[in-house]
Design a protein around this ligand. Structure first.
Ligand code: UT7
Length: 324
């Protein structure tokens, strides 16, 4: 079989209009702008409007990615959406995006790996494109975490926000890929840690949606080691090193985790894309939101070596190395 690469054709993002600042939060719970900025780097987050659903955010991001690529939705045969906050228990929110794009062929499904969801979805789409089963995939991360937050719990409600991002991937025979595309993907999980970050409800347990619960300090303690380990696997698989990286685009949970990970990996701070300040932790949406920002402002260019990584509930974690 011919070797195939999954090449990025475009990316896009969408943030809901309503801005919730740290000062707004200080009126709701016992917190301060100073504490939030110092501990997390977050200044504000976006909140979806009443009736604005995860699939609405995902659809807008997907449309932006198609526009960036100059491609039509009819060319897409796989819609893969990473989300932990679907519109409904089922069907998958990806089918709403598919319908919104007017696509009636191919396949659409959701994937749930919490904050690592976009990395998991990229790796899954890459495998399906490489198998020859699909030609073009919209890989979306979309979340409305505002709907699962306990707005009386200052230890979690200040951290998260709503948003969506998407990339369009195309399967290209390797001789046409010009050394572009996804070079390697590495996924990990360890369910022993499932109670460190979870939602206390669900269809099979309580019959309710539930609220996010987190032992933040515990998650923090594991995060840097886990992401740097899996990034080392990506380096070992490709022969690239930290010096070769043009842009490091990590999951945007906390600026301190991002800075520590970059430092431990030996990545120049000037190569780190950090957007957590303007949208908080948007879980599966955070990496494509950061990618779209760095692509739109001219930082990421075709041919750049881009390192992505994430860690989150489960625990799940992973890394993708790609040439844009
Ligand atoms: O996407 C992956 C999942 N999530 C993450 O990656 C998050 C990982 N964890 C973190 O980012 C950090 O652990 C937090 C930002 C959640 C917390 O930062 P920390 O430096 O680990 O703080 P802490 O939990 O150790 O809390 C320090 C203090 C506590 O008070 P005491 O016990 O020292 O008196 C907290 O009660 O800060 C207090 N605190 C707050 N104070 C003001 C906790 N939340 C707040 C708040 N405002 N919002």
């Amino acid at each position: 079989m011919k070797e195939i690469r999954s090449v990025v054709l475009g990316c896009g993002s969408y943030l809901p209009e309503r801005v919730l600042t740290n000062h707004d939060l200080a009126k709701m719970v016992d917190t301060s702008d100073e504490w939030i900025v110092q501990r997390t780097g977050i200044h504000e987050r976006r909140i979806a409007a009443p009736g604005e659903l995860t699939s609405d955010l995902g659809l807008k991001a997907a449309q932006a990615a198609l526009a960036d690529a100059g491609r039509d939705a009819s060319e897409v045969d796989l819609v893969l959406m990473a989300t932990s906050t679907p519109d409904q228990t089922f069907p998958a929110s990806a089918v709403s995006v598919q319908a919104g794009l007017g696509i009636q062929h191919g396949a659409a499904f959701d994937l749930q790996a919490v904050c690592s969801g976009f990395i998991y979805a990229l790796a899954t789409a890459d495998g399906l494109l490489k198998s020859g089963a699909f030609k073009r995939a919209l890989v979306i991360g979309a979340e409305t975490f505002s709907r699962i937050l306990d707005w009386t719990d200052r230890t979690t409600c200040v951290l998260f926000g709503d948003g969506a991002g998407a990339v369009l991937l195309e399967a290209r025979p390797i001789e046409l890929a010009e050394d572009r595309g996804i070079l390697t993907a590495h996924l990990r999980s360890d369910g022993r840690y499932k109670s460190k970050l979870y939602v206390d409800g669900g269809p099979s347990s309580t019959g309710t949606v539930g609220h996010l619960r987190m032992e933040g300090r515990e998650v923090f303690r594991h995060a840097v080691g886990m992401v740097t380990d899996v990034v080392q696997d990506a380096f070992a698989a490709t022969g690239y090193t930290a010096e070769d990286i043009d842009w490091f685009v990590p999951h945007q949970a906390n600026k301190r985790i991002i800075d520590s990970s970059a430092h431990k990996l030996g990545i120049d701070p000037a190569k780190v894309v950090t957007t957590v300040g303007m949208h908080g932790n948007t879980s599966a949406a955070s990496i494509p939101l950061a990618l779209a920002t760095a692509r739109a402002d001219g930082r990421i260019k075709v041919g750049d070596l881009v390192l992505l990584e994430a860690m989150g509930g489960g625990f799940t974690w992973g890394a993708v190395l790609l040439r844009w």
